[in-house]
Design a protein around this ligand. Structure first.
Ligand code: ATP
Ligand code: MG
Length: 320
């Protein structure tokens, strides 16, 4: 089957290494082989906070991240939610296809509620996985490169597509998730590396910022460095980071460090990350804000053309 790829990110802050190894690397590898849509999920910023915050600056930064890692706007349609009304309109029929109990059961939503700073949990927090179904299905996406936290949402999308097809006739494909090399990269505190949790190494971090972040990471006092995820999760996590950046197994990195202790470990990790980020930094330095705005304008137009067609099909199928 010829795939259509859809994936995206919330403009809530700079992308980090978790994004890279969870999803961005797959996008770069797939681009040009099939149609690909990359979504700046701006409406979803307000799922877990009251206001969108520095949304314009965050959108620009996200676009710079995309182009810096090598996404090519000639091969990929990069667009934003708020510019494609027809996509958002799909939410309405889709919401009618899921039960409140199903929305409540979603484990990723539960985890995000636990980490949210909001006083009251909004309705959008429970329904955004259905909004994501609209994101994926507006372009009849079949392959979705994501991190592990997104798997429950993919199930919601498949359920929505299946039920729509059963009720109204075959309109949508059942999309599949594509997990990256590291579907759940942990941050410097051991939890999921996350923009909003202050534990991430941003792709835009300078060499000094990167070194400072890694210096603060927790380790233990044993001299001999070994890769043991259960007994030494912090050390294992740093070895994983270095291994991903070096394209090597974390166990081999550990053997090489030997009995150098935390100081040697952090030195290796810092050098590996900085070396990995070097070409990304170089590409970013050559980009301007005007470049990224033009990319988004064009992507928004293309995405909207696609969404109009799908919404028309949906209305027809439903008999409106
Ligand atoms: P926020 O904290 O604002 O939710 P986030 O860091 O979770 O930010 P998202 O924009 O929610 O980032 O996620 C974008 C994509 O990156 C998703 O596909 C998600 O699965 C993936 N991703 C995010 N964090 C990680 C991680 N630590 N490891 C692997 N993949 C990740
Ligand atoms: Mg998230």
């Amino acid at each position: 089957m010829d795939h259509v790829v859809l994936t995206g990110d919330r403009p809530t802050g700079p992308l980090h290494l978790g994004h890279y190894f969870g999803s961005l690397a797959s996008r770069v590898a797939l681009q040009g082989t099939c149609p690909m849509y990359v979504l700046v999920a701006d409406y979803q910023v307000i799922t877990d906070r009251d206001v969108p915050g520095a949304i314009q600056a965050n959108i620009t930064a996200l676009l710079l991240d995309y182009l810096a890692v090598g996404l090519d706007p000639a091969k990929v349609t990069i667009f934003q939610h708020s510019a494609v009304p027809e996509l958002n309109q799909l939410l309405l029929p889709f919401l009618s296809l899921v039960s409140v109990a199903e929305l409540r059961r979603n484990p990723t939503v539960k985890d995000e509620i636990a980490h949210s700073s909001q006083q009251a949990v909004s309705g959008l927090m429970f329904t955004y996985p259905v909004h994501q179904a609209a994101d994926i299905l507006f372009c009849k996406g079949t392959l979705v490169p994501v991190g592990r936290d997104q798997l429950p949402h993919l199930e919601v999308t498949r359920m929505v597509a299946r039920r729509f097809n059963e009720r109204y006739g075959p309109v949508f494909p059942l999309p599949e998730a594509m997990l990256g090399e590291s579907p759940l990269l942990r941050g410097l505190d051991g939890g999921k590396m996350s923009k909003s949790r202050g534990n991430a190494i941003a792709l835009s971090a300078t060499p000094d910022e990167t070194a400072a972040l890694i210096r603060k990471a927790r380790t233990d006092s044993e001299r001999l460095i070994t890769f043991d995820e259960a007994a030494r999760p912090e050390v294992a996590n740093l070895l994983t980071l270095a291994g991903l950046c070096l394209g090597r197994a974390p166990q081999d990195v550990a053997v090489e460090i030997g009995d150098g202790g935390a100081v040697a470990l952090k030195k290796v990790v810092t050098e590996a990350v900085n070396e990995f980020l070097r070409p990304i930094r170089a590409r970013r330095a050559a980009l301007t804000e005007t470049d990224v705005r033009a990319v988004l304008r064009e992507g928004n137009e293309r995405a909207r053309e696609r969404a109009v067609i799908t919404l028309e099909e949906v209305r027809d199928a439903m008999g409106f």
